[in-house]
Design a protein around this ligand. Structure first.
Ligand SMILES: C[S@@+](CC[C@H](N)C(=O)[O-])C[C@H]1O[C@@H](n2cnc3c(N)ncnc32)[C@H](O)[C@@H]1O
Length: 318
């Protein structure tokens, strides 16, 4: 992903508008373009950084984003935004085996933290993990302390983990392609952890989430750090119950979703936003092959159409 020049953003909007047969007013065009510019703006920093809880993370050069929340702390994010809200520690007391679908293996922190905590709760639990990852970084900052053991094992010799009842499979490549080859697998939990929806939109579309749903048990729980209205609206449309996790290191909590498992519902304010915000509509990628700019331009035009619908409903007093 390289930062597009302004003309590329304009072209993407104009091309998509003409494909969808949408005539944009000057005001609508400017507002859409301003959003695209804002969504794709990024910091120039790259390399390893220390996060709030002392653990390290990496800033991805192309995406211009850290692999973990710097303000929350990398390990704290794994524990409080992924492992705990997913409910797997409770399940580990009741089940003999837990299956995890990990989307965006990255530095392997979520998986290492989950394994450590699962084994603390139930030493005999068997864990099956499938991780999807486009590209591993050259050098990974190692996790320290209690999490270091599994982290090292995952990166250096995952086969050895089999002795402890842990099977780990890393599927490298664009997850939109690799997810179809997962085979016979149903997850108790999905850690959905790509970069943010505006930088990495192909991982957050309705169409990709529909594939993810295929690999979940009905009682399975999907967790992510994002509170994106677009992502939440896709999950709703796919038939999930959608709730939130506690905020960690910022005002808004993450998202928790399940087809059947009980989850903490969204609060009134969050529900209102889903109903009333023009941004609460799915990103689309119908053939799972659009580039990120096409997905964003298409989404931003859907936002314009929703703005028109919402303001016409307001005028009619609906
Ligand atoms: C926020 S990082 C994940 C952090 C990781 N969960 C951890 O705990 O260390 C996002 C990851 O998603 C991966 N990613 C982005 N787009 C992808 C794609 N199309 N297919 C597979 N992985 C992708 C990136 O390469 C990156 O490693």
């Amino acid at each position: 992903m390289s930062l597009p020049v302004k003309t590329a953003l304009k072209d993407a909007l104009l091309d998509t508008a003409s494909e969808l047969g949408v005539n944009l007013s000057d005001k609508e065009f400017k507002s859409a373009l301003a959003d695209l510019n804002r969504w794709l703006r990024r910091e120039a920093q790259s390399g390893w950084v220390q996060t709030r809880d002392g653990s390290l993370t990496l800033i991805h050069e192309e995406y211009g984003e850290p692999y973990h929340s710097v303000t929350a702390g990398a390990v704290r994010e794994c524990v409080d935004k992924f492992v705990k809200p997913s409910g797997i520690l409770k399940k580990a007391r009741e089940l003999e085996e837990i299956s995890i679908l990990d989307i965006g293996f990255g530095l392997g922190y979520n998986v290492a933290v989950a394994l450590t905590l699962l084994k603390e709760v139930n030493r005999n639990i068997c864990v099956r993990i499938i991780s999807l990852e486009k590209e591993l970084p050259n050098k990974v900052p190692p996790l320290q302390g209690q999490f270091g053991n599994y982290h090292g094992g995952l990166l250096e010799n995952p086969d050895q983990l089999r002795d402890e009842g842990i099977s780990f499979e890393l599927m490298l490549g664009d997850a939109r392609k690799t997810i179809g080859s997962i085979g016979n697998f149903k997850a108790d939990v999905v850690f959905h952890d790509p970069f943010s929806p505006y930088r990495n939109p192909e991982m957050w579309t309705y169409d990709f989430l529909r594939c993810v749903k295929e690999y979940m048990k009905e009682e399975g729980v999907w967790v992510s750090y994002t509170s994106s209205l677009s992502v939440r609206s896709s999950l709703y449309e796919l038939g999930f119950k959608v709730g939130s996790s506690e905020p960690v290191g910022r005002k808004r909590g993450g998202t928790v979703a399940s087809l059947k498992a009980p989850i903490k519902p969204l609060n009134k304010n969050e529900k209102q936003k889903l109903l009333n915000s023009p941004y609460a509509c799915p990103m689309r990628d119908p053939h799972l092959n659009w580039d990120y700019l096409r997905i964003l331009a298409d989404y931003r035009l859907r936002v314009t159409l929703r703005e028109r619908e919402l303001s016409s409903a307001r005028r009619k007093g609906i």
